[in-house]
Write a protein that binds this ligand. Structure first.
Ligand SMILES: [Fe+2]
Ligand SMILES: [Fe+2]
Length: 180
């Protein structure tokens, strides 16, 4: 697999770890057990900072290149691009719901659970669709020169949680991921 695509694929594996953390917290909330909202908020902050602001824009560059040079219409890519537009809004909605819960408004536990559950489901479906229908197709259709052109325009941003230098604000979250 081409290096850029391989990197994005590894991102998906990492995002899945985050989604598992979020799902674990969702089950605690549903069972009215003590949940770790601070770490949950860290996980969602990461979703805002890296997947929404770096991973999806990188995919947008590749997807749009493919549409421009290969197939002008592609059902999966069309839908995924639209989902990329919506995802930051969904992440913001969840982030806000968690902040409210942390501020003591836990009477809306049911609403928070619903938002969290929907968020996890949308993210997983999105990743599954890319992995099953789009990445293999891109890998087979795009050649070396295509990837060189894409590489020239794509922004390279270090992952603050799973990259070489883990940002201090994510140490607590990383410790939880490692302990699973
Ligand atoms: Fe995506
Ligand atoms: Fe992706």
């Amino acid at each position: 697999m081409e290096a850029i695509l391989e990197k994005l694929h590894v991102d998906h594996i990492n995002f899945d770890k985050l989604l598992n953390i979020l799902e674990g917290q969702l089950h605690l909330l549903e069972d009215c057990e003590v949940s770790d909202l601070d770490t949950t908020l860290d996980a969602v902050r990461y979703m805002k900072e890296y997947p929404d602001c770096v991973h999806h824009p990188m995919e947008n560059t590749i997807f749009k290149y493919f549409l421009e040079h290969y197939e002008h219409e592609h059902e999966h890519i069309h839908d995924l691009l639209l989902e990329h537009d919506d995802m930051p809004l969904l992440t913001d909605r969840l982030f806000e719901a968690l902040q409210n819960a942390l501020a003591g408004h836990l009477q809306e536990r049911g609403e928070l659970c619903a938002i969290l559950e929907e968020y996890i489901s949308i993210q997983r479906k999105h990743i599954d669709r890319e992995e099953a229908h789009v990445y293999p197709m891109l890998d087979s259709k795009l050649g070396k020169e295509d990837w060189q052109q894409i590489d020239r325009v794509i922004a390279k941003v270090e992952d603050p949680l799973f990259g070489k230098d883990v940002h201090e604000s994510y140490q607590r979250l990383l410790a939880q991921i490692m302990s699973r």
